[in-house]
Design a protein around this ligand. Structure first.
Ligand code: AMP
Ligand code: TRP
Length: 340
């Protein structure tokens, strides 16, 4: 039986923090067993806020290495040619169909739908009102629909974009005939929103003003200890899960649970009467232990980068063949004259 298709994307910032990892990437890796995975680096989305060209190129390559280090099993060369047991790791701008379908979807998207997006409102306040930022969600819908994707594992902040994607897929199908599968978001409730270490009222974010906000997958052990040590808590002093009143500790406990697979009660029992310093030191040890294999793999890939472009070229080839076929159907259904 054919595996269902899963697609997800991440912007090339050069950093993957433990929020990205727990909220999204860990699921991509685990679901490779049961799904045909398309893992995309969203560089077209990245330029909706200003990017330094050289840095963008560098960050794109770093992101590929990070995803492979996390366990995305994509291989380069002929072994990858359409093999459904391997994941397709590719860069969004290598597949022109995304921008083309994005344009078509723009024409059936009411402006109000885009203007009410939370992420647009937040980003627009920081970077100004640009058409690309407003149209970000229609491009994201194109990313997903082109691959006849069934499942999209993302963090909570992408839920609204996924809802719009579903609306657009249904609208397109109703108006022009069955063309796209209507995808479902997969949001891992326990880890869908990891909060900042320095401010537990806001989500952990790589664009935060201080790097103390997040733990990067590549942070050194000392750095991890330091950041966890200064992470915000409260004056109560007991390691107890209370999402409402102890947001800092609750966030750290959720991170502990996700990396250890231990239930919250077990964590509470383990640190009963031991205070925050003890708990934080245990959490830092856990993070260091779990991130070590990812960091090792990343280092290996950095020593020999020859395979990376190979993976991306094989990914682009496969992604293009799937995307072009969906795009051709969409264009025919819209009423475009075929180019012989
Ligand atoms: P981005 O870095 O914005 O491209 O996000 C990549 C993926 O990580 C998306 O699926 C986001 O929803 C997810 N994500 C980002 N920040 C967090 C967070 N603080 N907690 C959980 N998931 C997150
Ligand atoms: N917008 C997503 C984010 O910032 C990244 C993304 C782009 C994406 N295209 C996608 C995620 C398609 C899932 C599916 O996190």
């Amino acid at each position: 039986m054919q595996k269902p298709t899963l697609l997800s994307g991440i912007q090339p910032s050069g950093v993957i923090h433990i929020g990205n990892y727990l909220g999204a990437i860990k699921q991509w890796v685990e679901l490779q067993k049961t799904h045909h995975v398309f893992a995309m680096i969203a560089d077209l989305h990245a330029i909706t806020i200003p990017q330094e060209p050289e840095k963008l190129r560098e960050n794109t390559l770093r992101m590929v290495k990070l995803l492979v280090a996390c366990g995305i099993s994509a291989k380069g060369g002929s072994v990858s040619d359409g093999n459904p047991d391997e994941s397709v790791l590719f860069v969004q701008s290598h597949v022109p169909a995304h921008t083309e379908l994005g344009w078509i979807l723009n024409t059936i998207t009411p402006l109000g739908e885009l203007e009410r997006m939370t992420q647009f409102k937040e980003k627009q306040e920081k970077s100004g009102l640009y058409a690309g930022l407003l149209n970000y969600p229609t491009l994201m819908a194109a990313d997903i629909l082109l691959y006849q994707t069934e499942v999209v594992p993302v963090g909570e902040d992408q839920e609204q974009h996924l809802e719009l994607t579903r609306t657009l897929a249904n609208k397109f199908n109703n108006r022009f005939g069955e063309t796209f599968i209507v995808p479902k978001a997969l949001i891992q409730k326990d880890t869908a929103r990891i909060m900042g270490l320095d401010d537990s009222s806001k989500k952990m974010s790589k664009s935060a003003t201080s790097a103390n906000n997040y733990i990067s997958l590549l942070d050194e052990p000392d750095e991890i200890r330091r950041k966890i040590k200064i992470a915000v808590t409260d004056s109560d002093g007991t390691v107890r899960y209370d999402e409402e009143h102890k947001t800092g500790i609750a966030n750290l406990m959720r991170i502990y649970r996700a990396f250890s697979d231990k239930p919250l009660e077990e964590i509470e029992n383990k640190y009963a009467g031991k205070g925050y310093a003890n708990f934080k030191s245990g959490l830092a040890d856990l993070l260091i232990e779990k991130l070590e294999p990812i960091q090792k793999k990343y280092e290996e890939l950095t020593k020999d980068e020859s395979g990376i472009m190979d993976i991306l070229m094989a990914g682009a080839k496969h992604a293009n063949s799937v995307a072009e076929s969906s795009l051709a159907t969409a264009k025919k259904n819209v009423g475009f004259l075929a180019r012989e």
